[in-house]
Design a protein around this ligand. Structure first.
Ligand code: NAD
Length: 507
């Protein structure tokens, strides 16, 4: 466990920080146990209400100082964070893999996403463009500019314990905001490691205390952020249940929220699909990260002409999957996050069967040597019918439902007939089908792909989804605008004061 030492993780850790300063005790409020082997990695002290208040006050106090730094100078600090992440990629990737349970390759991939968003944010720090527009009044100029919001609260989920924070924080920082991060209580050590990395860079650059803050705890700590009028924007990533609670609280005080919630993603496999691409995309999408990605493929909507062939190929592919320690590169599928997630997986299988589903690939919990944590489950595949209620829910586990269709209109209707709207894909070599899927009458999701699965996204694009996924957009494109307030400016350089819309006000 050399990586813990490299990252400055102790057996007992303080869980509250305003940058370089750590607050509070070393109590054992949050225990971090690895789903890989069930061992306790460390404990973290939860943030107290009093310490939260101190953090929020520091974040608010640091804001005027930080926003006065020129944006490219803030970008230079973020560039150095990116370099520090490059240096710590191996150790941080291992911690992500061990604490969360995803494969080592995916753990490193997650750190790479952090590095990529740092690069993106550095470029942005010399842009953050507003538009200029022509005034209807002579001798007038109009333009718009973007200013930082203030304190940004970041609530993150366990399944991307470091990347989601960086998507938010790096953009928020170059935009001139200060941040308070409330990571998942299931992955508290990943957050402590990130805070340590940032603290060194901040210290070297004399960044004021309070610019990047960390609080630890469960839903109550998240609720503090949602309720706090000092927090201008709450960016919350997690379940739809959590998003509905946060959205209601933040809206109640007319604050801003950015919501990245659950998905229920489907791939349509046309009769004109390249089946090799389709099967590979579906398999990685369904079993990668043990089905614990918001973009995991949960439904395959398959044309009746290729349905039996796809079934056969899936059966063969699933038979080759190796389940076990995610730090061993020979394994494809690691554990679920905890035994509570295993129960939910088993309940979904029972419900599917009760609704009339039949299993092409059987599920089950793995027992015995190497599976002591009790969190390893078999990825499974069920044949389902459109009216099943289980297929409308997101079960955060590797369960794939197969549905059959005849016309593309029917397939698109099936794809859209769930409350969530995150990611979607069509596998087809037919241009007309692809374009119909991407048109306004096609997929209703925030992400729609052709000949690529639903899972995994590049940081250059705006990431997020519609309906119960929450409507937020993070990461690339112009998602940075969420972290700023727009101001329209009109300047009169004439010798008169003409009014807009030709209105006269003669005295
Ligand atoms: P979760 O909702 O249980 O917890 C997420 C975070 O919200 C945690 O930090 C938790 O402490 C906090 N929280 C919970 N209830 C809260 C409340 N009432 N007020 C404030 N904070 C609260 O989710 P999880 O199990 O950690 O993550 C899995 C879920 O996250 C899945 O639904 C997945 O699809 C979703 N997710 C979505 C995206 C996306 O970008 N759309 C990305 C990753 C995960």
């Amino acid at each position: 466990m050399d990586f813990l030492k490299t990252l400055g993780i102790e057996k007992a850790n303080q869980g509250t920080s305003t940058g370089s300063t750590w607050l509070g005790s070393l109590s054992e409020d949050i225990s971090s146990c690895s789903p890989v082997d069930g061992r306790q990695i460390g404990v973290v002290a939860a943030t107290t209400a009093a310490d939260y208040n101190e953090v929020a006050a520091k974040a608010q106090l640091a804001f005027p100082a930080w926003r006065s730094w020129p944006a490219p100078r803030r970008g230079e600090v973020v560039r150095q964070i990116g370099d520090a992440l490059r240096e710590h990629k191996d150790a941080l990737g291992r911690l992500v893999s061990y604490e969360m349970g995803k494969s080592l390759q995916e753990g490193w991939g997650e750190v790479q996403e952090m590095i990529d968003i740092c690069d993106f944010a550095v470029g942005l720090s010399r842009q953050l463009y507003g538009l200029t527009m022509h005034s209807e009044r002579p001798g007038h100029r109009m333009y718009e500019q973007y200013h930082p919001l203030g304190v940004v609260g970041i609530i993150s989920a366990f399944n991307f314990p470091v990347a989601v924070w960086s998507w938010n924080a790096m953009l928020a920082l170059v935009c001139g905001n200060t941040c308070i991060w409330k990571p998942s209580e299931k992955t508290p050590l990943c957050a402590i490691a990130c805070q340590q990395i940032v603290a060194k860079i901040f210290k070297a650059n004399n960044v004021p205390e309070g610019v990047c803050n960390l609080i630890s705890g469960g839903s109550a700590a998240g609720e503090w952020l949602a309720q706090d009028t000092r927090v201008a924007l709450v960016s919350a990533t997690g379940s739809t249940r959590m998003g509905k609670a946060v959205a209601a609280t933040v809206a109640g005080r007319l604050g801003r929220s950015l919501l990245e919630l659950g998905g229920n993603n489907a791939i349509i496999i046309s009769k004109d699909a390249d089946l090799n691409i389709a099967i590979t995309g579906a398999l990685f999408g369904a079993v990668g990260t043990a089905g614990q990605r918001c973009t995991t493929t949960r439904r395959l909507i398959i044309h009746e002409a290729v349905y039996e062939t796809v079934k056969e190929k899936l059966k063969q592919a699933y038979a080759q999957l190796k389940i076990g320690d995610p730090l061993d590169p020979a394994n494809h599928v690691g554990p679920l996050i905890d035994t509570g997630a295993v129960t939910q997986y088993l309940n979904a299988i029972d419900q599917c069967r009760a609704e009339g589903g039949t299993f092409l690939v059987e599920g089950g919990v793995l027992k015995g040597a190497a599976y002591e944590s009790g969190c390893y489950v078999k990825p499974c595949v069920a044949e389902a019918k459109p009216h099943f209620s289980i297929i409308k829910q997101e079960t955060f586990a590797p369960i794939l439902y197969l549905l059959k269709y005849q016309t593309l209109e029917e397939a698109i209707a099936l794809q859209n007939a769930v409350p969530q709207g995150l990611s979607s894909a069509i596998m087809t070599l037919n241009l007309r089908e692809a374009e119909q899927f991407l048109s306004a009458a096609g997929s209703d999701c925030g992400i729609a792909n052709v000949n690529i699965g639903t899972s995994g996204a590049e940081i250059g694009g705006a990431f997020g989804g519609e309906k119960e996924t929450g409507g937020g957009r993070e990461s690339g494109s112009d998602a940075w605008k969420n972290y700023m307030r727009r101001q329209t400016n009109t300047i009169n350089y004439s010798t008169a004061l003409p009014l807009a819309q030709g209105i006269r006000f003669d005295l």
